[in-house]
Design a protein around this ligand. Structure first.
Ligand code: FES
Length: 141
């Protein structure tokens, strides 16, 4: 194999590895849909269309330090939980069945209650209201 053929095959291999790693990382974090939203600092607005494929959505706004999990409940109401651990304020990982803190292992139910410590304080849900085709999440009291 000459030098040019070697470089060409090496580059194709690297591109394949990079693409494969990208797909793996997307599928690895794609257990719940991520929706980028705009926040004015006191509210989040999420289109109801974000829930056509899933009853749980992770909302991410550049102004917020943590993501917000928004859950469509069986009766049609919505619940939202700030994905900040109540133990030492680390980000929580959301799955379809609950929340987990990778820092020290706390686990929370999807209603925000503590299932396993060291956290002892539940996650307080944010109030959610509908306005037309939008969900408005009130981030402050
Ligand atoms: S910060 Fe979450 S368990 Fe400690």
């Amino acid at each position: 194999m000459d030098r040019r053929a070697f470089l060409r095959s090496s580059c194709l291999g690297c591109a394949g590895l990079t693409l494969g790693a990208g797909v793996l990382s997307l599928t690895g974090c794609a257990s719940l849909p991520l929706v980028k939203v705009v926040s004015d600092g006191s509210t989040l607005s999420i289109p109801l269309s974000a829930f056509t494929e899933s009853t749980q959505v992770i909302a991410r706004a550049s102004k917020l330090s943590y993501d917000v999990l928004v859950i469509k409940l069986p009766g049609g109401d919505f619940r939202s939980l700030y994905l900040r651990c109540t133990h030492e304020d680390q980000p929580l990982t959301a799955t379809a069945t609950g929340l987990h803190c990778p820092s020290h292992g706390s686990r929370f139910a999807l209603d925000g209650s503590v299932k396993e410590g060291p956290a002892t304080t539940p996650i307080r849900p944010f109030p959610v209201r509908r306005e037309g085709e939008l969900l408005i999440i009130q981030l402050t009291a």
